[in-house]
Ligand binder design. Structure first.
Ligand SMILES: Cc1cc2nc3c(=O)[nH]c(=O)nc-3n(C[C@H](O)[C@H](O)[C@H](O)COP(=O)(O)OP(=O)(O)OC[C@H]3O[C@@H](n4cnc5c(N)ncnc54)[C@H](O)[C@@H]3O)c2cc1C
Ligand code: SF4
Length: 517
C-alpha cells in the first residue's frame, strides 16, 4: 500500500455492507479500509457469548469479502499480539502509521463509540467525515423535524408519514386495505392446544472462521453469560438473504396473528429472527420491507401480517433510532420513576422459580434471543415493577441479545419498557398482572404461583408487583389519561389490602419469596 493514504474508511462491526455509503468513491489504489476487533466492545458491558461470537464471525467473514473484492484492508484481530484493546487506541495507531488525508465512516450506532473515534481523529488534526446511513429510511434530521413542536411523540403519525413518503403498502395515496393499522386483527394467543408444528429455525452451520471464533470466545470470555452450542446465526450476506427468504416463505403469513403470543419452550414462533442481520447491516431494511410487501402483492401473505411486520421495521426501528440520536447523551441517565433496585442476580442465570422468567432468561442465555413480547412483557415488565434502576436493565439487554446495538436497545429498554423517559417513547408504562402472561400463552400452568392472586403464599409476583406499582405511583398515574382506569381500581383498595400487597411486594424485592427454580 502506497503512503500516504488518501482516505481511511472506518468500518465497525455493525456496518458490514460492501455497498455502504462509506465506500462511495473508494479507490483501491489510494484508499484503505480499517477494521478492528477489540476487547472493550465485549467488556464495556458484560457481553453474552452469542453476541460476541456473532459480531466477530460476521466481521471476519466481511473482511474476507473485502479482500475478495480487492479493497485494501487493515484488520486487527482480537487475539493478535499487541492488540490495544479499544477502538480508539487502535485507530490512533493506524492514523499514526498511515497518515491518511481524510477519515470517512458511515454514522455509527453508538454515541460512546462516535465520541471516542471523533476525539482520536481530531487529535490527529483531521475531521471525521460521517456519512448518512442508507440502511435507514429516514435521517435523524428528518426525525427531528417531525418531532419539532409536538407535545408528545407517537409512532403512529411518524409511521404513516413514512408509508406515504416511501410508497409502502399504498394504493393511490391510500393505505392498502383501507386501514393504516391491523393490530386489532393480530395479537392472538395460540389457545390450549398450543402452536402445533412450527417451521424449523433457519440455521447456518459453522465454517472454519466461525469455529475459530467460537474457540476464541470460549477461552477469552469464558466467564461471560450464555452458551455457544446452539450458535447458528447468519454471519454472511448470502446467509442473511437465505434467512430472509425462509422467513417470508415460512413464517410471514402467520407473523401478525401470533406476534404477541408466548409458548413455553418455543423461542422462535413466527418471528423473523432477522434483527441481528439487519443491525449488522448484512441485510438492508429497505430490501426486507420490499420482500414483505411483495409477498402481500403476490398473495403469499395476508395484509394483517405484512402490515404488522412492516410497522416494526419502517415504524418502530426508524422511530427508536430518531429518539436515540435526538435524546443522547442525556437519555442514558434518565430515571423518571426514580427506580433504585438492583437487578436480581438470576437475570444472569435464569435460576428462578417463576416459570415465565426462567423460560425467557434460559432461552436468552442459550440463543442470545428472545422475541419482543418476552423482552417487553416478561423480563422488562418484571424489572419495571420490581423497580430496577433503568441503567442496570439497559446494561443487561445490551449484554445478552445478539441484536443489541445501543441506538435500538436503549430506547426500547429505558423508554418503552422501563418508562425511564417519563413518557417520551411510550404513552404509559407497560404494566400488567400475571394474567396477561397467562392469557398470551405463558407457562402459568406449570408454575408454583397463581396469576389470579395478588396476596398470599401463591400470589404471582407479577400480580403483586403490579398492584404495588400502582400504589407507589398512584398520584402520577391519576394524571395519565391512559392509566385512568387502572388508577381508579387502585383507589378502591382498602387499607388492609394495601398493607398486604406492600408486605408481599417487599418480600419479593428482598428475595424472600422467589427462590432459585
Ligand atoms: C426491552 C427491549 C429491548 C430490545 N432490544 C433490542 C435490541 O437490542 N435490538 C433490536 O434490534 N431490537 C430490540 N428490541 C426490539 C425487538 O424486541 C427485537 O427487534 C425483536 O425481538 C427481534 O427479533 P426478530 O428479529 O425475530 O423480530 P420480529 O418480531 O420478527 O420483528 C421484525 C423486525 O422488526 C424490528 N423490530 C421489531 N420491534 C422493534 C422495536 N421495538 N424496535 C426496533 N425494531 C424493532 C426488528 O428489526 C425485527 O427484526 C427490544 C425490545 C425490548 C422491549
Ligand atoms: S404464575 Fe406468574 S410467575 Fe408464574 S409463569 Fe405465570 S406469570 Fe409467570
Amino acid at each position: 500500500m502506497k503512503s500516504p493514504i488518501r482516505t481511511l474508511v472506518v468500518v465497525l462491526g455493525d456496518q458490514l455492507d460492501l455497498e455502504a455509503v462509506a465506500f462511495d468513491g473508494f479507490d483501491p489504489a489510494h484508499d484503505l479500509v480499517w477494521m478492528a476487533e477489540v476487547s472493550e466492545e465485549s467488556t464495556h458491558v458484560w457481553s453474552g457469548k452469542q453476541r460476541i461470537a456473532l459480531f466477530l464471525s460476521a466481521m471476519r467473514h466481511f473482511a474476507q469479502a473485502l479482500r475478495e473484492t480487492g479493497r485494501p484492508l487493515h484488520y486487527v484481530q482480537l487475539d493478535e499480539p499487541g492488540n490495544r484493546g479499544s477502538l480508539a487506541a487502535e485507530l490512533q495507531a493506524a492514523l499514526a502509521r498511515y497518515a491518511p488525508q481524510r477519515v470517512v465512516m458511515t454514522v455509527p450506532g453508538d454515541w460512546r463509540v462516535w465520541r471516542a473515534l471523533e476525539a482520536v481523529v481530531h487529535g490527529a488534526g483531521l475531521t471525521l467525515e460521517l456519512r448518512e446511513d442508507r440502511h435507514f429510511f429516514t435521517t435523524v434530521r428528518e426525525f427531528a423535524a417531525h418531532a419539532k413542536g409536538r407535545k408528545s411523540l407517537r409512532l403512529e403519525y411518524f409511521y404513516r408519514e413514512l408509508r406515504q413518503r416511501h410508497d409502502v403498502l399504498m394504493d393511490d395515496g391510500k393505505p392498502a386495505g383501507g386501514r393504516w393499522n391491523f393490530d386489532a386483527d393480530n395479537r392472538e394467543a395460540f389457545g390450549p392446544a398450543g402452536p402445533g408444528t412450527l417451521p424449523a429455525r433457519a440455521t447456518f452451520a459453522w465454517d472454519d472462521i466461525t469455529r475459530e471464533v467460537i474457540a476464541l470466545v470460549e477461552t477469552r470470555f469464558a466467564d461471560h453469560p450464555g452458551t455457544l452450542a446452539s450458535f447458528a446465526w447468519p454471519v454472511t450476506r448470502a446467509q442473511a438473504l437465505t434467512a430472509l427468504r425462509r422467513f417470508v416463505d415460512e413464517r410471514l403469513p402467520l407473523f401478525g396473528r401470533y406476534e404477541d403470543a408466548l409458548w413455553p419452550g418455543e423461542p422462535w414462533l413466527y418471528h423473523s429472527q432477522l434483527s441481528a442481520a439487519l443491525n449488522l447491516k448484512l441485510l438492508n431494511a429497505r430490501e426486507v420491507v420490499q420482500a414483505a410487501a411483495a409477498a402481500y402483492r403476490d398473495g403469499r401473505a395476508p395484509l394483517q401480517s405484512v402490515e404488522g411486520f412492516i410497522r416494526q421495521i419502517l415504524g418502530w426501528r426508524e422511530y427508536v433510532r430518531g429518539i436515540y440520536w435526538t435524546q443522547m447523551p442525556g437519555y442514558l441517565e434518565r430515571n423518571a420513576l426514580d427506580a433504585q433496585q438492583e437487578l436480581p442476580d438470576w437475570y444472569w442465570t435464569g435460576q428462578t422459580d417463576m416459570a415465565c422468567l426462567r423460560d425467557a432468561i434460559t432461552q436468552t442465555l442459550e440463543h442470545g434471543y428472545a422475541h419482543h413480547i418476552q423482552r417487553l412483557m416478561v423480563t422488562g415488565l418484571f424489572a419495571l415493577m420490581f423497580g430496577v434502576r433503568p441503567q442496570l436493565v439497559h446494561e443487561w439487554y445490551l449484554s445478552v441479545y445478539v441484536d443489541a446495538v445501543e441506538w435500538v436497545e436503549l430506547p426500547n429498554t429505558l423508554g418503552m419498557s422501563q418508562f425511564g423517559d417519563g413518557g417520551l417513547m411510550a404513552s404509559k408504562p407497560y404494566v400488567a398482572t400475571g394474567k396477561y402472561i397467562q392469557r398470551m400463552g405463558g407457562p402459568c400452568g406449570s408454575c408454583r404461583y397463581d396469576p389470579a392472586q395478588r396476596t398470599g403464599d401463591r400470589a404471582c409476583p407479577y400480580t403483586t408487583l403490579y398492584w404495588d406499582f400502582l400504589l407507589q405511583h398512584e398520584q402520577a398515574m391519576l394524571k395519565n389519561a391512559r392509566m385512568a382506569l387502572q388508577a381508579k381500581n387502585v383507589a378502591r383498595l382498602g387499607a388492609e389490602e394495601r398493607g398486604l400487597i406492600r408486605a408481599r411486594a417487599a418480600a419479593i424485592r428482598s428475595g424472600e419469596v422467589t427462590r432459585p427454580g
